[in-house]
Design a protein around this ligand. Sequence first.
Ligand code: SF4
Length: 429
Amino acid sequence: MSDLMKKLTILGAAAKFDASCSSSGGGRAGKPGQLGNTCSAGICHTWAADGRCVSLLKVLLSNACCYDCAYCVNRRSSDVERATFTPAELAELTVSFYRRNYIEGLFLSSGVLKSPDYTMELMGETLRLLREDYHFGGYIHVKVIPGADSRMVNAIGLLADRVSVNVELPSREGLSLLAPQKTPENIFAPMNHIQRAQTMSLEDRRHFKTAPLFAPAGQATQMIVGATPDTDLTILRLSHALYRKYRLKRVYFSAYIPVGENPALPAPGSRVPLLREHRLYQADWLLRFYDFQPDELLSESAPLLDPELDPKCVWALAHPERFPVEVNTADYETLLRVPGLGVVSAKRILAARRQGHLTLDNLRKLGVVMKRAQYFLIAAGKFGGRLPPGSPFLREALAERTNNQLSLFTPTTDPVLPALPQHKVPLLA
Ligand code: SF4
């Protein structure tokens, strides 16, 4: 194996823990008589602003790191094989892949080599080579190292399509316990800078058509779920604050995969909280597109999402007085709160009822998921559910029974989460 291929194997595999690039590739060997194969290290998919799915080379510049974040396989104290690309190697590799039509862009992150600024300088040089020497016009997403100087962030933002900083842990206590070299301040300072630079660049563009764009695809972040005792309420409140304050495009949640022995972390071999991650994505969707507030979905007395029900169903069960909703007269916001009705089906209902009264049959044809919606709506005065909205048996009828992942949501008896006190100090109000 060539030196470059060895580096790619190590650094592609090391990048797979970053979920904020949408998806990672799986590994599949080519077989005689079949076409194509896939390599788990390196290629992932993401969605461009126009909705296209594009493949990216997902890789670290280096997995050598002078920080010691306990949840990370690349931490200083971890015994893993290390590798570092030079900017020239990485730029050449990206362009070679692009020319062979393997990828349409680059997702670049890195461990901290010497210091955040030194690492960002190398990442910036890689981007400069790509954009200026190779005239590479493909999509580039770069992870900013917390604590990097704003001038470095600026230089990167003018060359990349998306720049983002990972929050990683949702509370100050979590960070100081597991990532002592990181602080909320050195994470939020670059986030703030990115948001301001974007606003200024859009303003400049209004006056000068040739003004440079700063990270036109916006910024995103990632939070690890299940490494600390932080509740779903804490995570959702922080996500909501990040969307509001820094206008983030996405908050990604990454179920913690145990990577080492540390009494403050779930033990190696513990279950990965994938169901919890899934429920957080559902709740996040409600915050972004359905105008829900975190405190409508969860409370201090019930701070974890229900593993058996999607968060909108849980909310609807807690508010029987709001149902059933008459689809022929309800406004858009009210329709959006009905379980089984999404943004698309609510808009279709509004459009279709201009032509005449809708019946339950019409709703099915408009894409409404009647399995859930039947209990919460009426059409032309007709209710189609087997149970009324306030029925004590409704929860049972709606529950999605799953496997033993469910025990992840009972932290008092669950051995997965260590018996640490609940974190109280939010990262961002
Ligand atoms: S700074 Fe990043 S790469 Fe380094 S140990 Fe922390 S999470 Fe891992």
